[in-house]
Structures are given as structure tokens and as C-alpha cells.
Design a protein. Structure first.
Length: 105
């Protein structure tokens, strides 16, 4: 399962994903916030901090002028999602959070 939650209601969506225990979410890397501490640091299996900012594209495929405006990360819940994230080949830094049975990648 992949989730790009609405940022206006992020804690509800991310909380449901954490409760579900399997899936990966694309979110801003707001590591100091209460929701990040509670729903990522304490409950996720792994995080991939993406290098650089994400850029959006228009329906015709051309790149939009601006970027996402903040650093982003992919948050994995469950061993399977964490393993896929670790082997994704994405430009980023993978962090095993130790909240599952996943061995250090």
C-alpha cells in the first residue's frame, strides 16, 4: 500500500497506516513535530530521507516551476515495506528504526 496523505489531515491518515502496520507513506520530513515523533520515530519500521526536494509535474508531463517546498521522506510500516524501501535504489538515506523484526539494511 502506498499513501500520499492530505497534509491538512496528516495525523489521522498516518495514524491509520501505522495501526494497519503495512504500507509506505510520502510525507514532509518534519522530524521535530509531535506527529513525526509519535507516528514515525516510535511506530514506523524505516524511513528513507530523500535527497533534494521533490518536483511536481503538470498533466502534460512538463516540470512545474516550484518544488515541494520542504524536504520529503518515505515512511515504511512493516518488514516488507521496509525491505522494498531499502532496496529501492532511490537517492536518499535509509534509516532502519528498529520497530520491527527487520535486520539492519
Amino acid at each position: 500500500m502506498f499513501l500520499n496523505p492530505p497534509y491538512s489531515n496528516l495525523t489521522d491518515w498516518l495514524g491509520k497506516l501505522a495501526d494497519h502496520g503495512r504500507g509506505t507513506a510520502l510525507i514532509f520530513a518534519r522530524t521535530e513535530t509531535r506527529w513525526f515523533v509519535d507516528l514515525v520515530w516510535q511506530r514506523a519500521s524505516a524511513v528513507m530521507f530523500l535527497h533534494g526536494r521533490l518536483h511536481f509535474h503538470l498533466p502534460d508531463g512538463s516540470r512545474a516551476r516550484g518544488n515541494a517546498g520542504a524536504p520529503s521522506c518515505l515512511v515504511a510500516y512493516g518488514d516488507g515495506d521496509a525491505l522494498r524501501l531499502a532496496g529501492s535504489g532511490l537517492a536518499g538515506t535509509f534509516v532502519n528504526l528498529g520497530n520491527s523484526s527487520l535486520e539492519a539494511a
